[in-house]
Design a binder for this molecule. Structure first.
Ligand code: FRU
Length: 486
């Protein structure tokens, strides 16, 4: 055992061993608990991000709305809690909701939740002119209970304005099947129930949470966080919504993310009119070792939504411009002549705990079938590698992430997903973002993504790649620029 000879050395050892898992380029609560992103908006030249928050314990409790602002959705400044559960209609919690900017004011719509009351969930409004201090509306609850077509589970209002009409989606269920309800209003305060936008078929979930509806590349897309057989999953429905009183017509359904820690995402329109998505980068009932350090929960990196070329799938790509926050520390390309057959390791490069990896696969080479394996080694010590493994197999048309060796004391699994056959004839770029306790993988057009939390021991990290088939043409490893503050 090492003898500690002075106080500083002792302190260094303690702080090194007490792993806090704090992230570098993701929003997390300053202290306490975080779940869903809420009220995502661009107001007075800044992004506002609110979130489900319990400030007093790193566990879910009566929900507050935490609040931060950002210019790039990578660097954040914490602001005071925006909403407290302090009214008779929301004293059990200010549950999830959304924001609208209208006539210079920021409108927050949320669910007031009170256990044991009937109705237990109602929709509420709070407004602000400075984007910091919010006033709950005198007419609250603006929707005092569910319609007959819904039930007591009636939450997560997603509101937008089109022309002079305000629209609100609310997640609900009826007879054990999830539903999305649509309301309309002329002023954001007085609402009338319009109709059921979509109902679950058998097997599509017993409760639908956090609905979101918008247009991407000319098609309507509905995103739902589904409670199904007691588990949680995020799906998208691509289809048509021909007019305001019509139900949603579903054409294609798919999973938005294939990883283990992705739930309750919300979208909004960003500064460049792109459709941006942030998700909760955790999941109900997941082990959260950071609770020992007084916090839990984080949001994903910002992602921009696109339809795939054939219009049948929804893709998420990292928000354009994100790369400016990283500096390349290693680049390899085939032209430079080095043989890749034996793989590549970044062992000699100091990566820190936060970095990005970019791998390009060449379409011309994809005719040579085989397996391309990207092995992401997040930490190496005493010969025992903690790692997340990303595998792309164009022969079997399967891709997966493997987190079985990712964390200390937290079980992982293999997360497979089908690879579209069309990818055999395309150039594919795989982008990986590693932060202290998270990994996000984006492949190709973004229709394959994986979001994971991981809990490795602290220490040096490296990236390793194996490329049996010889497709990889270029690799860039970039380090997060720590001092790149707003
Ligand atoms: C989704 C959710 C929402 C609810 C919130 C409560 O994760 O269950 O339906 O509003 O979390 O914190």
């Amino acid at each position: 055992m090492k003898t500690i000879t002075n106080v500083q050395e002792g302190l260094d050892m303690i702080t090194k061993d007490l792993h806090t898992y704090r992230l570098h380029f993701h929003l997390m609560p300053p202290t306490g608990w975080m779940n869903d992103p809420n009220g995502l908006s661009y107001f007075n030249g800044e992004y506002h991000v609110f979130y489900q928050h319990y400030p007093f314990d790193p566990k879910w409790g009566p929900m507050h709305w935490g609040h931060a602002v950002s210019r790039d959705l990578l660097h954040f400044t914490d602001l005071p809690v925006a909403l407290f559960p302090d009214k008779s209609y929301d004293e059990g919690g200010c549950f999830s909701g959304s924001a609208v900017v209208s006539d210079g004011e920021l409108y927050l719509f949320y669910t007031g939740h009170v256990d044991g009351r009937s109705p237990k969930e109602v929709q509420c409004l709070a407004t602000s002119t400075d984007g910091i201090v919010f006033t709950k509306h005198a007419a609250n609850p603006v929707i005092p209970g569910p319609p007959l077509e819904g039930s007591a589970d009636f939450r997560d209002p997603k509101v937008w304005k089109s022309g002079d009409t305000w629209y609100m989606l609310v997640g609900s269920e009826k007879n054990g099947l999830g539903r999305v309800l649509l309301y309309t209003s002329k002023d954001g305060v007085t609402w009338s129930f319009s109709h059921v936008l979509l109902s679950a078929q058998a097997g599509e979930g017993e409760m639908w949470e956090c609905p979101d509806l918008f247009v991407v590349d000319g098609r309507h897309v509905l995103i739902l966080s589904r409670v199904r057989d007691g588990g949680h999953e995020v799906v998208y429905y691509i289809g048509d919504w021909p007019h305001a009183r019509a139900p949603f017509e579903v054409h294609h359904v798919g999973y938005l993310d294939y990883g283990s820690h992705f739930y309750a995402p919300q979208t909004f329109v960003g500064a460049s009119h792109e459709r941006i998505l942030l998700g909760w980068m955790d999941r109900w009932n997941a082990p959260m070792p950071s609770q020992q350090a007084g916090w839990a929960g984080a949001l994903t990196v910002p992602r921009v939504l696109r339809l795939t070329d054939d219009g049948t799938r929804l893709g998420m790509i990292p928000m354009p411009g994100i790369e400016a926050a990283f500096e390349p520390v290693f680049a390899w390309d085939r032209e430079s002549g080095r043989d890749f057959e034996n793989g590549f390791a970044s062992d000699g490069v100091e990566l820190g705990e936060a970095y990005a990896l970019d791998v390009y696969l060449d379409a011309k080479e994809i005719g040579r079938m085989g397996k391309s394996q990207i092995s992401l080694v997040t930490h190496a010590s005493s010969g025992e590698d903690q790692q997340v493994l990303v595998t792309l197999d164009f022969d079997q048309l399967v891709a997966s992430t493997d987190t079985r060796a990712a964390s200390m004391g937290v079980e992982g699994a293999v997360y497979p997903s089908p690879v579209p056959a069309s990818w055999r004839t395309k150039s594919i770029r795989v982008r990986v973002f590693v932060d202290t306790s998270s990994v996000e993988v984006f492949a190709g057009d973004g229709s394959l993504t994986w979001t994971h939390r991981m809990y490795p021991s602290s220490g040096k990290r490296s990236v390793r790649l194996q490329d049996e088939a010889g497709w990889i043409t270029r690799v860039v490893v970039s380090r997060w620029i720590e001092e790149n503050k707003n």
